[in-house]
Design a protein around this ligand. Sequence first.
Ligand SMILES: CC(C)(COP(=O)(O)OP(=O)(O)OC[C@H]1O[C@@H](n2cnc3c(N)ncnc32)[C@H](O)[C@@H]1OP(=O)(O)O)[C@@H](O)C(=O)NCCC(=O)NCCS
Length: 159
Amino acid sequence: MVSVRATGPGDWELVRDVRLAALRDAPDAFASTYEREAAYTEEQWRGWFSDRFAMFLAHLEDRAKPAGLAGVFDRDDGAGLVSMWVRPDARGRGVGEALMNAAAGWATDRGHDAMYLWVAEANEPARRLYERYGFTPTGDRQPLPSNPAVPEIRMRRPL
Ligand SMILES: CC(C)(COP(=O)(O)OP(=O)(O)OC[C@H]1O[C@@H](n2cnc3c(N)ncnc32)[C@H](O)[C@@H]1OP(=O)(O)O)[C@@H](O)C(=O)NCCC(=O)NCCS
């Protein structure tokens, strides 16, 4: 069973640990880098928690560590889904979908009618997950900010 909860500033160390594990595990999946965020101060991690940004942690009942993480923030044209990561030993169990449900609920509550994300073009597991969830390519394409050799595409899902 997957459960998902919203986090707050008091969770900053837990969020930091999961986020750094994500950046180490999948460097070409994210716009940021392990080196950059490993140097963040407590104040910078606490700064992630704001009115316009929600960070969700997923848990599986048979795992002590959090199973995954995803963030969602307000954009002018909708909600932006970021930082999606599922721990390798928790993949294939619906954790990604549960995190997206939480992000979509947050976005809907805030009146958004669409959710957007960027995904590396060659990231097949992530693209399959997003396509299954109703995301389609917008046609926008750009180099991944953390590694310009990797192209990423933008996807959108109506809410
Ligand atoms: C993409 C990701 C979040 C998917 O999470 P998940 O909870 O495993 O999602 P799903 O259970 O829906 O599986 C999605 C795909 O992962 C793959 N997968 C399934 N079980 C898996 C396992 N045990 N181990 C590895 N990959 C697996 C499959 O390709 C699956 O697609 P399919 O069902 O069409 O075959 C996860 O693979 C991940 O964290 N990847 C690294 C970070 C990343 O790419 N983030 C996205 C940034 S845009």
